[in-house]
Write a protein that binds this ligand. Structure first.
Ligand code: 3PG
Ligand code: MG
Length: 397
């Protein structure tokens, strides 16, 4: 797909609506992870530097069309000012007279944050009237919120259809890397799919298995695949209702000539808790009273062997129960191998999805992947091969 960027816009003196995703974790009034703010700041700063009147739109949490004071975007003013290094004005509505007056008061180069778009029901309904009210506040629309692009909402989709539009720098980076990783990748291509449940990733597995040379299955969902192949998984977490789903993915891999890499050995314990007594067994030898909580060294070796010839890698989901030591080791080692191939210039690596980013941070390699997406749901829907409405609305084709 092709889309306009900030390079294609003449913004001086124009009112530019920027859809950001400021849906960041906040606890006790403080932002606990500012990754999204940091990633989106350059767009806001660039527009202000170019003399635009910058009007920021975002949702926050899920107030469901009502004003919920604890979900006000007011708490984001200070962190935004700090990261962007400019004064930020705030209006406590995103449409209507208050928003209009605040926008009208802006001088060139000034920045205004509008209140939570989800305080209006029209946002999630993608109500054309709400989209029109938003569009009336700007001359140009810039979407920098890839992580909200899977939502067809008034501030992501509707308004984009009513104004000249472009992707912001963060959106541009997401789309460019996702395109390189799955749209037109250098091959061989490997996907790592981990996490607890096959059932939440059926469409993702079905899409990826047709497109990759290697599909690596990790996490508890690997147990479902092992069980589907008739292996006893003891007390391991698995989904008996999805054995057939797993078998279908295996059949699809065979048809497509893709290799599925399942754990060769696993770290087992009798109970799931930090520091539990554990040992490593072949994946075919899980005792009835034990559960697999991580992959073992032979699995990592097999992963490394495939990785050596892989040119592009997409990663979503951990290999084991990485939040609970020592069952983080498989994920940490695999992530470090990917990081090292990437640093050596041998691999393009793209990761995303909530748990994944936390796992990479835990492994200390977040900065060593080619690209780490800030998106959760949007990244998953993209891996499923779905069109994202917020992205589609930017398409110039
Ligand atoms: C996210 O945090 O994934 C995005 O901001 C989207 O939020 P939502 O799942 O509430 O639509
Ligand atoms: Mg969310």
């Amino acid at each position: 797909m092709t889309f306009r960027t900030l390079d294609d816009l003449d913004v001086k003196g124009k009112r530019v609506l920027v859809r950001a995703d400021l849906n960041v974790p906040v606890a006790g009034g403080k932002v606990t992870d500012d990754t999204r703010i940091v990633r989106q700041a350059p767009t806001i700063r660039e527009l202000a530097d170019k003399g635009a009147k910058v009007v920021i739109l975002s949702h926050f949490d899920r107030p469901k069309g009502k004003v919920v004071p604890s979900m006000s975007l007011q708490v984001l003013v200070e962190p935004l000012q700090k990261t962007i290094g400019r004064h930020i004005a705030f209006a406590d509505d995103c449409i209507g007279p208050k928003a209009q007056a605040a926008v009208a008061a802006l001088k060139d180069g000034e920045i205004l944050l509008l209140e939570n778009t989800r305080f209006h029901k029209g946002e999630e309904d993608n109500d054309p009237a709400m989209a029109r009210d938003l569009a009336a506040l700007g001359d140009i629309f810039v979407n920098d919120a890839f992580s909200a692009a899977h939502r067809a909402h008034a501030s992501t989709e509707g308004v984009a259809r009513l104004l000249p539009n472009a992707a912001g720098r963060s959106m541009q980076a997401e789309l460019t890397h996702l395109q390189k990783a799955l749209g037109n990748p250098e091959r061989p291509l490997m996907a790592v799919v981990g996490g607890a449940k096959v059932s939440t990733k059926i469409e993702l597995l079905q899409n990826l298995v047709k497109r990759v040379e290697t599909l690596v299955i990790g996490g508890a969902m690997a147990n479902t695949f092992l069980a589907a192949e008739g292996v006893g998984v003891g007390k391991s977490l698995y989904e008996p209702d999805h054995l057939e789903t797993a078998r279908q993915v295996i059949r699809m891999a065979n048809d497509a000539g893709a290799v599925i890499l399942l754990p060769k050995d696993v770290v087992v314990a009798k109970e799931f808790k930090a520091g539990a007594a554990h040992h490593t067994v072949p994946a075919t030898a899980i005792a009835a009273d034990e559960m697999a909580l991580d992959v073992g060294p032979d699995s990592i070796k097999a992963f490394e062997n495939r990785l050596l010839t892989t040119r592009t890698l997409v990663w979503n989901g951990p290999f084991g129960a990485f939040e609970t030591e020592p069952f983080d080791q498989g994920t940490v080692q695999a992530a470090q191998l990917v990081a090292s191939r990437t640093r050596a210039g041998q691999l393009l690596s793209v990761a995303g999805g909530g748990d994944t980013v936390a796992a990479l941070a835990h492994a200390g390699v977040e900065g060593d992947f080619t690209y780490v997406s800030t998106a959760g749901g949007a990244f998953l829907e993209w891996l499923e091969g779905k069109a994202l409405p917020g992205v589609e609305a930017l398409s110039t084709k």
